[in-house]
Design a protein around this ligand. Sequence first.
Ligand code: HSE
Length: 422
Amino acid sequence: MDKKIKIGLIGLGTVGSGVFKTLKNFENIEIVKIAVKNINKKRDIEGLDSSIMTDDAYKIVNNPEIDIVAELIGGIEPAFDLISTAIKNGKHIVTANKELLAKRGEDIFKLAEEHNRVILYEAAIAGGIPIIMPVKTILAGNKITHIEAILNGTTNYILTKMDVQKASYADVLKEAQELGYAEADPTGDVEGFDAAYKIATLASITFHKRIDIQKVYREGITKIRAKDMEAANDLGYKIKLIASADIDENGNADVRVHPMLVSKKSTLAHIDYVTNAVMLKGHPVGSITLSGPGAGEFPTASSVVGDILAIAAEIGKTDYILPMMRCKHNSAANMLDISETTNKYYISIHAKNNKGVIGKIGTICADNDISLASIVQKCVSDDNTADITVITELVKEKNMQNAIRLIEADGNKVNNLIRVQV
Ligand code: HSE
């Protein structure tokens, strides 16, 4: 039998445990060391040998025996320094660290190439859904120009529950936290940071351009109300947190994360609870959607283990492993600002029940070159106010923002402005 490939695991949390339990079944793999934060913590993991545990992750990255380091702790430091040290010491890397890839990807990929090592990160984007390897290999012949995806399970769970239970964001968040679906500090998920890191890396590999994470437009779900859900439903839509990326013929990239009204006829409208999905449009493949579990112990372990096995299969067989999986682009995309984009919008306006209110809204929109696709006022409330729901046709973001200012200056309150799937 070939020599066993030696693995060092950094992190034994949810993902790390799943990786350990799955890798145990592979005879060509040996986990030689596992680094954890708290070595005294009781862990109920069958077959875990405490003699291979350490609380010093540098014992892994500096261990000459280890071939592959799996970094499963997340965050920028110490993950960045550990990965850099491991690469310099000749190790290949498997990571699930989307934040590190989005913020420091350029540095670690350059370093990896200088040392002829690979970094694989299937688990970092959409957990158990195979997306990185397909884009880099079997879809390599495509020019992909559009991605539309649900990349965050926590927010998709909250939005689905709000829709099903007709409940408020705050109530569903509380319930999700009690059930362990949302973290105590949910900011990273609900404000769209997690999805932004993921779409930045996914856009980078599909467009072959570096994506500046600082220029990815980001809006979370905290302002979505049960009333928006209801209005969207009435008009044939669901509200989802969508991560999208587009590139035009001139290389201008529009990469963003924000809530979106998606047509009930589209696949993404039916991706519910913690499930993730990625829709890609390209030539010659056309449009494809991959969906599945975006997080969790075993789905994420599936991706980490797949990456480990892909590297392990080539170690010792060639001096330049997995050429298709390497990062080969260096030029940065010209990132479009959201103000330069064109979108359709849902606008919920709270107005006093005065004569001519709808007429004035229509005039402001017309003056700003905004054509309306639909306008709905269901009734007048007891306090003599009304909620007016507007859907626009395609209009410039700048014009829309200007119209919103004018609508508010006219004494109305804009409850919400949400972009609509095109
Ligand atoms: N926090 C992420 C989510 C999972 O809710 O989808 C890890 O990327």
